[in-house]
Write a protein that binds this ligand. Structure first.
Ligand SMILES: Cc1cc2nc3c(=O)[nH]c(=O)nc-3n(C[C@H](O)[C@H](O)[C@H](O)COP(=O)(O)OP(=O)(O)OC[C@H]3O[C@@H](n4cnc5c(N)ncnc54)[C@H](O)[C@@H]3O)c2cc1C
Length: 235
């Protein structure tokens, strides 16, 4: 809840008072927050239209990066099968060998429906086809279906229906009085990546610092941010 005096953030067990709040949770989580007063309609609608990408990341550990001996980099992109991307995540010396595999989209949805053991078997069978029999015998294996994580609900990031971002995408990160937005989805560049998250954090921090020194002025001191806000919300 925000008013002239500040912001109150309430959870089921506690409440905090602040002058400014930065919301840095993914859009699917942000739309579960109740805002008083309500968010601008266009911003609320963008949050409603967000969908989270689906991704499963698996890590297979071997005594050594055996693929290097065959002259393979360990990295590939595949447009079919249970594994879409692999990366050699081993230390420079190649021991232990660590092969990361990523599966996204519909294939990730299918894999997420399997039991953990079956999913492991399917991914390792695919790695065996791609890298040879040693790939099916890791000494350790872990995977994680990010759509099942209640605080992420998917990954790499949220995506939007065609046209939604080009029409009003900048509004996602537009501050609303004392509320400021960060998170990779609100970035101007490298959206969906770490770099986008960092860029958005710098922008949100600049907004808050600017407003702190000018708490009693109605015009935001950051000219660039004001220009963007005017463009998005019409002033
Ligand atoms: C499998 C996978 C691989 C990736 N690989 C790469 C890569 O190689 N390079 C790259 O640049 N990017 C990669 N990414 C993307 C990168 O992780 C994200 O772009 C980045 O983490 C986004 O940062 P963020 O701060 O916007 O959101 P997040 O990192 O999602 O942080 C949001 C935080 O908010 C918390 N939260 C959620 N809801 C609430 C709530 N109600 N109250 C309090 N806290 C809450 C969450 O627990 C989380 O800690 C990958 C993502 C995935 C899933």
């Amino acid at each position: 809840m925000q008013d002239q005096a500040g912001v109150v953030v309430s959870t089921v067990s506690q409440a905090w008072r602040a002058q400014r709040v930065v919301i840095a949770v993914p859009p699917l989580l942000a739309r579960q927050i109740r805002f008083t007063p309500q968010l601008p309609v266009a911003q609320a609608q963008l949050l409603e239209r967000a969908q989270m990408g689906k991704i499963i990341k698996s890590v297979s550990v071997y005594p050594e990066a055996f693929w290097r001996k065959s002259g393979l980099s360990g990295g590939l992109n595949a447009d079919m099968g249970a594994v879409a991307v692999t990366l050699d995540a081993s230390p420079r010396g190649g021991s232990p060998g660590v092969l990361v595999a990523l599966t996204g989209g519909r294939r990730a949805e299918q894999l997420a429906r399997l039991s953990t053991d079956t999913r492991r078997a399917v991914i390792q069978e695919r790695l065996r086809t791609l890298f040879g029999p040693q790939a099916a015998r890791p000494v350790a294996y872990h995977d994680y279906a990010w759509a099942d994580d209640p605080w992420a609900q998917g990954g790499y990031a949220a995506h939007f229906p065609t046209g939604a971002l080009s029409r009003s995408g900048a509004g996602l990160g537009a501050s609303f009085e004392r509320l400021h937005w960060a998170g990779t989805e609100t970035a101007d560049a490298w959206r969906s990546y770490m770099e986008g998250a960092l860029q958005s954090a710098e922008r949100a921090a600049t907004e808050v610092l600017g407003s702190k020194h000018h708490e009693h002025t109605s015009v935001h001191p950051n000219v660039e941010i004001n220009k963007r806000r005017e463009k998005v919300w019409g002033g």
